[in-house]
Design a protein around this ligand. Structure first.
Ligand code: GDD
Ligand code: MN
Length: 410
């Protein structure tokens, strides 16, 4: 340990009323072997315990601890600054802008001086006892990145609710299948990266969301990655910040890593919702037909009577589902809440019906003109229908994003 505080016993009185400030490291202080970056948001109760455990675990390895706090309402930054008065190995960043987990970690890394950069949650869920082993492997240049994994030998998820396990399992599967990353726990927020790898990869990283590890191993395929198992502990103080927006931004992040920044990832979510809605539409239609929904005659329009209620039922159901999914997921940042949901839904319904009209019109036109008939024969109807669907989808996307969920350009 650097032990500078020990040379001046009593020099810093923790009860002193002067504003606690993080002392800048003296210029002659040698760089530590490892910088431990911990992102914090409302971890005032956990931080002192974490610092204590880190010092204990890393005894014998020179280290600094960087607390990257997003101006926590519970004043975690103040707790950190108070610790730093007595402990020169601690640096505190009280962040006011570009908040977020990944952004905080990257900011912490940018002031780190170690040869190895470690990232660990402040809530004591990551087992610090495996950290020295992870650090050693990076320092020995056995790997560029060492990941603390819950899914490998010696790892475990602790007491997780089934729903949370499922979410994590699906997210992991998506990352592994789509990105083919060589990591069993790509969502892990616990890892060590070498300074060299950090400096090479960091400029390309998208600092949004929770998926900081995935940004490293998903962007730079040349990184040598290794894993160390650890058991995910239960949170004792404070609460998790993982929510739906995190899951959404994770999916967007995976899409961006896969497709680059040319395709708007929100459009992919939109298409995904469209596919889900279509599946539900077909399922509900089959169900209504099987149950035998009645046909009704209105007497208003001879040409359309009788009305197939199974058709209307499945159409309406799929529109509701698509609206909810798009509102809660695709356009989360612009979502409607409370009473505003009602007018928003009416507008959405109208736009969807415009799209459906266009779909039918395109299909009818192509059918009547015999377009593609000579090439496709029997499959012509299917392809014409698909072309109608694609045109409708694009028109709906345009209407939705222009008038309903207006988006600021990134
Ligand atoms: N600075 C900052 N800003 N820190 C944050 C923010 C933020 O917006 N959100 C969360 N944190 C900090 C928390 O204070 C904690 O130290 C750490 O990041 C992890 O946040 P949790 O809210 O405890 O996440 P979790 O335990 O539910 O999530 C776990 O699983 C995720 C995915 O599987 C963690 O291991 C994550 O690191 C992991 O990505
Ligand atoms: Mn946690």
């Amino acid at each position: 340990m650097l032990g500078l505080a020990g040379t001046m016993p009593g020099a810093h009185d923790p009860t002193s009323t002067t504003a606690p400030m993080t002392p800048p490291p003296p210029p002659e202080a040698p760089n530590p072997a490892v910088s431990v970056i911990t992102p914090t948001f409302n971890e005032a109760d956990n931080l002192p315990l974490l610092v204590d455990r880190l010092h204990r675990a890393l005894d014998g390895i020179t280290h600094e601890i960087i607390v990257a706090d997003d101006d926590s309402p519970d004043r975690t930054w103040e707790v950190a600054e108070r610790l730093a008065v007595e402990d020169p190995t601690i640096q505190v960043m009280r962040r006011f802008h570009d908040k977020g987990l990944s952004a905080s970690v990257l900011d912490g890394m940018s002031i780190a001086r170690g040869d190895a950069l470690a990232v660990i949650d402040a809530d004591l869920q990551h087992d610090e006892k495996v950290l020295p082993g992870m650090v050693e492997r990076v320092l020995a240049d056995d790997a560029d990145v060492v990941v603390g994994s819950r899914s490998t030998v010696g790892g475990g998820y602790g007491e997780w609710a089934a729903s949370r396990r499922l979410v994590s399992w699906v997210a992991t599967l998506i990352a592994r299948l789509l990105l083919r990353v060589p990591v069993s726990d790509p969502m892990s927020g616990y890892f060590v990266v070498s300074r060299r790898a950090y400096e090479r990869t960091a400029p390309d990283i998208n600092p949004q969301g929770f998926k900081i590890l995935l940004e490293f191993v998903g962007r730079d395929r040349t990184l040598r990655v290794e894993e160390v198992g650890y058991e995910f502990a239960n949170r004792v103080h404070g609460e998790t910040k993982l929510n739906r927006s995190v899951i959404r931004s994770y999916l967007l992040g995976v899409a961006e890593l896969r497709l680059g920044r040319q395709v708007d990832p929100a459009f992919l979510l939109y298409v995904l919702v469209g596919i889900v809605a279509l599946t539900i539409n077909s399922g509900a239609f089959a169900f209504a037909e099987a149950v035998g929904f009645p046909e009704v005659t209105t007497g208003l329009n001879e040409e359309l009577d009788p009305i197939a209620t199974s058709f209307l039922f499945s159409l309406q159901l799929s529109i509701v589902v698509a609206f909810v999914l798009n509102n809660e997921f695709t356009f989360w940042e612009q979502r409607y809440r409370g009473w505003k949901l009602a007018p928003a839904f009416v507008v959405y319904e109208a736009m969807t019906l415009v799209g459906t009209g266009v779909h039918i019109a395109v299909f009818t036109f192509l059918q009547e003109s015999g377009f593609l008939l000579t090439y496709l024969g029997g499959a012509t109807r299917l392809v014409h229908n698909l072309m109608g669907a694609v045109v409708a989808l694009i028109i709906n996307w345009y209407l939705n994003t222009t008038y309903l969920w207006r988006r600021r350009l990134r």
